[in-house]
Design a protein around this ligand. Structure first.
Ligand SMILES: *Cc1c(COP(=O)(O)O)cnc(C)c1O
Length: 377
């Protein structure tokens, strides 16, 4: 049994590395490079290192703290801030980030001023609104926007990008990809801007990629979920050959009793202000795990055994154990969806444990990077 106890999340670096390697190869077959998104794992340096070892040299995160954490651990990569910096973060962005994604002139002006102060050129990718209605410059204002940016010193536009299926659920399609590509063409021709990144989306672009013979000007995708969970994100279909179980949430039974399936007594609100409904299926074998909605996204867990999650409060999760023959103290294992993975990685109450055939050597001398990872053959 693990020394870390429960709850813990087991991270199989060999499976993550396998997924990353296969996705790099797949997308490279049509000329598309990969930025690996590390926000999903809170910038865990060991995961970042495994990704870099698979030939991914650009790591993208939406949190400065995560980028600093990876840098401090000695990860050598190009670091991208995945969202527009807040004005209050500008100094820190100039210091710790190689490329930031931007949509606001007011922010880019501050970045420019700081970059000049620091005697550097800060690289930016302009995000374009393509209908998903989260971040992005409206396409019909892009040319004016670029003209303004080109007047600023200390700033270099290195790409454009768009995001799909994150907020509005809008799919990347032939049509919106063509529009992004033609904007890229205009920028290159009209403003003589060589675009290192025409970043066409995220894990939701898999079906578009597989079905298109022409990826047009798209030369980059930003991948999180498909690396970590092995799925595309429009229908959550498994990508052939990838692992979906690189992460496992492990919890432990703290109570196990036969109880009725419907609460008895007068019914008011539950812990979250709802009036719960239960179906009467007679007596059931009910287990409790000492982990709840404060630590994990309970609705995003799928038990690996044939048992059902009935519900949770802040620190308890109740299960119908059906025919499973377990006892108090036994561990239960779960697959996680994207939301559950985010929360489990973020929670200080969930220990992180590395498992599998990758070995992590902690720094012994104190001078070398904090983590070194080697693949066992
Ligand atoms: C989170 C994020 C991604 C990664 O999305 P996945 O679905 O995990 O691949 C890509 N781009 C941006 C801008 C993001 O915020």
């Amino acid at each position: 049994m693990s020394q870390l106890g429960t709850p813990r999340i087991e991270i199989n670096l060999a499976k993550i590395a396998h997924n990353a390697k296969n996705l790099v190869r797949l997308y490279d077959s049509k000329g598309i490079g990969i930025m690996a998104v590390t926000k999903t794992v809170c910038g865990e340096p060991a995961v970042a290192n495994a990704l870099v070892n698979q030939g991914i040299h650009t790591l993208a995160d939406s949190k400065l703290k995560n980028i600093k954490r990876m840098r401090e651990a000695g990860i050598t990569a190009q670091f991208v801030l995945l969202r527009s910096p807040a004005i209050s973060e500008v100094s820190s962005v100039i210091k710790h980030v190689d490329i930031s994604m931007n949509t606001e002139l007011a922010v880019i002006k501050k970045l420019s001023a700081k970059a000049i102060d620091s005697n550097i050129r800060h690289k930016i990718i302009l995000m374009i609104e393509m209908g998903d209605l989260r971040e992005g410059i409206m396409p019909d204002t892009l040319e004016e926007f670029i003209k303004e940016v080109l007047n600023l010193s200390g700033i270099e536009i290195v790409g454009i990008g768009a995001n799909f299926a994150c907020f509005g659920g809008v799919k990347p399609s032939g049509e919106n990809i063509r529009q992004l590509s033609s904007l890229a063409e205009t920028m290159e021709e009209k403003f003589r801007l060589p675009l290192s990144f025409v970043s066409g989306g995220n894990s939701a672009n898999y079906n578009w990629f597989m079905s298109t013979s022409d990826t047009e000007k798209i030369n980059n995708l930003r991948l999180g979920e498909s690396i970590y969970l092995g799925r595309e994100t429009l229908n959550r279909m498994v990508i052939p050959g990838l692992y979906t179980d690189a992460f496992t949430l492990v919890s432990e039974i703290i109570e196990l009793k036969s109880k009725p399936s419907v609460p008895y007594g007068e019914i008011g609100q539950d812990a979250f202000g709802k009036r719960p409904q239960f179906q009467d299926i007679g007596q059931m074998k009910r287990a409790i795990m000492g982990v709840g909605s404060q630590d994990i996204l309970v609705s995003g867990l799928t038990p690996r055994l044939d048992i059902d999650i009935i519900g949770s409060s802040s620190d308890h999760t109740v299960l119908n154990m059906k025919k499973a023959n377990l006892k108090v103290g036994d561990e239960l294992r779960f697959d996680l969806n994207y939301g559950a993975l985010l929360l489990a990685m973020t929670s200080p109450y969930v220990s992180k444990e590395y498992v599998g055939t990758y070995k992590i050597y902690k720094d012994r001398i104190g001078k070398r990077p904090a983590l070194e990872i080697e693949m066992f053959k």
